[in-house]
Ligand binder design. Structure first.
Ligand code: A2P
Length: 352
């Protein structure tokens, strides 16, 4: 009378939120398996007040598992999720491993829940920055159409994982103590050079590619098209992105410029109304009272907060807005669990 659920990467920044979001979800859970690397095997975590021992993730860990929620890195997902599917599980993957696979739905439930019906065992959770942009822009696209998106992100440290968040805190402490800051992770693990993030801004998230964009920027461009238009190469919406890491622990900010299709219909008032009525979006836009979205207020919440909506003064039908959401919740753990809730509700996953 319930699903057996495995959380892959249960000890990480997203993994710990996956546990919490699953506890609060509508999914009936008969058993939970917490999987991580061999380093964490034997450690104890809690699920609904019960101790659960963390196990090393192996192909056999998925015997009898119905639902896998994965956030242990792309390499781990590539290796282990096909093993889980072989054993009858449906996987919701928070990594970028399968996002662009044409057989893998890339889903933000508020936008393209229907794509779930075409799943073949793996469903991908989009990149954190893409997800919150979709929640903010879909109500506008639905009503007025979208021709173009220009986005600059202000991305929190926790997007790079728990160790990255620890590094930011240590750097800040060292800076205030007058010591030298030690950088091992930012801008991105495994790259040749590392720079401190504390009291700094880094215009590189993930690797820089030959096309001069960072991989994070590439993801925002192509994932947006796959989610909104069901075609990653479509030119129906032009998208360009600049992704910047900022010394904020949790919750990403985004400055977004959009050009609508229906220039005569679109107005600030109507966009506010559309955002207000869209599930998952919260309008926080009251300039008179200095109300606008902030990472400090968004952290710990499932919603995407939208404000500073204003017209481009020189381009009719174009607008600027500011969007903030908890990158570990809607950007990761909550969207993943929300997808799993829809799979259960729509009868797209079964008890093995
Ligand atoms: P562990 O804590 O044992 O290293 P974050 O995104 O916060 O860095 O977390 C990454 C998550 O992925 C952690 O739970 C981590 O477990 C897990 N992980 C890392 N490498 C592996 C691996 N090879 N197999 C399974 N889980 C892994």
């Amino acid at each position: 009378e319930g699903f057996e659920v495995a959380i892959l990467g249960a000890t990480g920044a997203v993994g710990t939120r996956l546990i919490q979001q699953l506890e609060q979800s509508t999914i009936p859970v008969s058993k939970v398996r917490l999987l991580a690397s061999s380093r964490s095997a034997g450690k104890t975590l809690q699920f609904k007040g019960q101790d659960v021992t963390v196990e090393e993730a192996k192909p056999e860990s998925f015997e009898g598992v119905d639902i896998v929620l994965a956030s242990a890195g792309g390499g781990v997902s590539k290796k282990l999720l096909p093993e889980a599917v072989k054993r009858g599980a449906v996987c919701v993957d928070n990594t970028s491993a399968f996002r662009m696979d044409p057989d893998v739905p890339l889903v933000v439930p508020e936008v393209n829940e229907k794509a779930l019906y075409n799943h073949h065992g793996i469903i991908a959770n989009p990149n954190c920055s893409t997800i919150q942009m979709m929640v903010a822009l879909e109500p506008i696209r639905k009503e007025f159409g979208l021709k173009q998106i220009i986005v600059s992100t202000y991305q929190a440290a926790s997007g790079a994982g728990q160790s990255a968040l620890n590094e930011l805190k240590q750097e800040a402490q060292d800076f205030l103590d007058g010591k030298e800051m030690k950088a091992d992770i930012f801008p991105t693990k495994g790259d040749k050079k590392h720079y401190p993030l504390a009291f700094n801004l880094l215009p590189q998230i993930d690797v820089l590619e030959d096309n001069l964009y960072s991989h994070e920027e590439w993801k925002m461009i192509h994932e947006t098209k796959k989610i909104m238009l069901d075609d990653m190469d479509s030119t129906d919406i032009k998208v360009t992105a600049t992704c910047v890491r900022v010394p904020v622990p949790i919750s990403h900010g985004e400055s977004i410029w959009i050009d609508t299709v229906d220039h005569d219909a679109a107005s600030v008032e109507k966009i506010r109304e559309a955002v207000k009525n869209f599930p998952g979006a919260v309008l926080e836009d009251d300039p008179e009272h200095q109300v606008y979205p902030q990472p400090i207020n968004a952290t710990g919440k499932r919603e995407t907060f939208v404000g500073r909506i204003r017209p481009d003064l020189e381009n009719k039908g174009a607008f600027n807005l500011w969007v903030v959401s908890d990158n570990l919740l809607k950007g990761a753990a909550w969207n993943t669990v929300q997808i799993a809730e829809h799979l259960v509700k729509d009868d797209l996953v079964h008890v093995n």
